[in-house]
Write a protein that binds this ligand. Structure first.
Ligand code: MLT
Ligand code: MN
Length: 306
C-alpha cells in the first residue's frame, strides 16, 4: 500500500489567504523553514494505478496537478481516482468534490450524516448521480473499496466515530457545539489485508477506546491542528480554542504526543496543521519536540509505503 500526503495543512492552508501572521509571512517569502502546505488530504493505493482520496479539499485541482500519479493516462478523458472517502462535512473536507464534476465515474464513501450534508446542498448535484455514486458507510463495518467498473481495488475501508462536532457552518449561532462521538466526525482505516493505515484529521480527544483501536496500526495520520489549545487567542488572531473547534492539541500534558507516548505505531504523522501552529516552522522548538516524540510533521508530497 502507498500513501501520499496531498496536503498537510488545516482549513485555510498555509499560508492562509488573509493571514499576515509571522508564519504565513515566512511561508510567502519562500523561507525554507516555513514550507507552504495545501489543505489536508491523503491519497492511498494498493497497486499504484488506482487511488482513493481521503477528503477532497478546496485545493484539489492544484493537488492533482502536482501529483503525476493522479493524472489521466487512458483515452482522452479518464482518472486514476476511483473514489473519495470523507471524514466530515467541513468545507476543507468536501469542497474539492466540486472540482471533480466533469462526468467522470467515481464513488463517494461517507457516513449517512456526511452524505446528508451533500444531499442538502444542491450545488453538489453537479456530481451527476448517474455517474458519481454516493455510498453510505456504516460505522465499524469494513467494506471493500471498488474501482469504477466494480473490480476490487485491494483495499478495504472502515469508518469509526471519534470525538468531534458538527461542521462549522452547522453550528448554532452563539452556542458552543457539544463534543460528540457519532457520524459527524470519523476516522478512516484503510487495509490491504495485511497492513492498516489510519487517517484521523479531526479529533477532539484521544480516548482509551481510540488508543485500543490504534494499537495494531502500521501508520497513523493524525490531527495536528493546534500546538496549544489557546494559541490563536494568545496570538491575537482568533477567539476560539482548539477544543472549541473540535481539535485536541499536539503539545501539553493532555495533548497528542503525551496520549500516544506508549503507543508503538511505526509511522506517526501529523496532518491538518493550522497556520497558527509553530510546528509548521521547522526551526521551532515545537517542531523539534514533535520529532523527539517519534512523530513527523506532515508535508505535501510526503509518501510512505507499507
Ligand atoms: C475544522 O477542521 O475545524 C474546520 O475545517 C474548520 C473550518 O471549516 O475552517
Ligand atoms: Mn478541517
Amino acid at each position: 500500500m502507498r500513501a501520499v500526503i496531498l496536503g498537510a495543512a488545516a482549513g485555510g492552508g498555509f499560508p492562509q489567504w488573509n493571514s499576515n501572521a509571522e508564519g504565513c509571512r515566512r511561508a510567502r517569502a519562500g523561507d525554507p523553514a516555513a514550507k507552504p502546505r495545501n489543505q489536508a488530504s491523503l491519497a492511498v493505493s494498493a497497486d499504484g494505478d488506482h487511488w482513493f482520496l481521503l477528503n477532497a479539499t478546496p485545493d484539489l485541482r492544484a493537488q492533482i496537478e502536482r501529483a503525476p500519479f493522479l493524472h489521466p493516462r487512458h483515452g482522452l478523458r479518464s482518472t486514476p481516482i476511483a473514489g473519495v472517502v470523507l471524514t466530515d462535512g467541513n468545507v476543507d473536507a468536501i469542497a474539492g468534490l466540486l472540482t471533480l464534476r466533469e462526468r467522470e465515474a467515481f464513488t463517494i464513501h461517507a457516513t449517512a450524516s456526511v452524505l446528508g450534508v451533500l444531499d442538502e446542498n444542491p450545488v453538489f448535484e453537479v456530481l451527476a448521480r448517474d455517474v458519481v455514486a454516493r455510498e453510505a458507510v456504516t460505522l465499524d463495518v469494513p467494506r471493500p473499496l471498488r474501482l469504477a467498473g466494480g473490480a476490487p481495488s485491494g483495499l478495504a475501508l472502515t469508518l469509526f466515530a471519534v470525538p468531534g462536532k458538527v461542521p462549522l457552518y452547522l453550528e448554532r449561532p452563539g452556542e458552543a457545539p457539544a463534543i460528540i462521538e457519532g457520524e459527524e466526525t470519523v476516522g478512516a482505516m484503510i487495509s490491504d489485508g495485511a497492513r492498516h493505515l489510519y487517517f484521523i484529521p479531526g479529533c477532539a480527544r484521544v480516548t482509551p477506546s481510540l488508543l485500543a483501536r490504534l494499537a495494531g496500526a502500521d501508520a497513523l495520520f493524525f490531527d495536528g491542528t493546534m500546538w496549544r489549545d489557546d494559541e490563536m487567542i494568545r496570538a491575537g488572531i482568533g477567539t476560539k480554542t482548539g477544543l472549541r473547534m473540535g481539535h485536541i492539541s499536539v503539545g501539553g500534558e493532555n495533548g497528542t504526543l503525551a496520549a500516544f507516548r506508549d503507543c508503538p505505531i511505526p509511522h506517526r504523522i501529523l496532518v491538518h496543521i493550522n497556520n497558527s501552529n509553530p510546528i509548521l516552522l521547522s526551526d521551532s522548538p515545537e517542531h523539534a519536540a514533535v520529532l523527539a516524540a517519534g512523530w513527523r510533521v506532515g508535508e505535501d508530497g510526503m509518501e510512505i509505503t507499507l
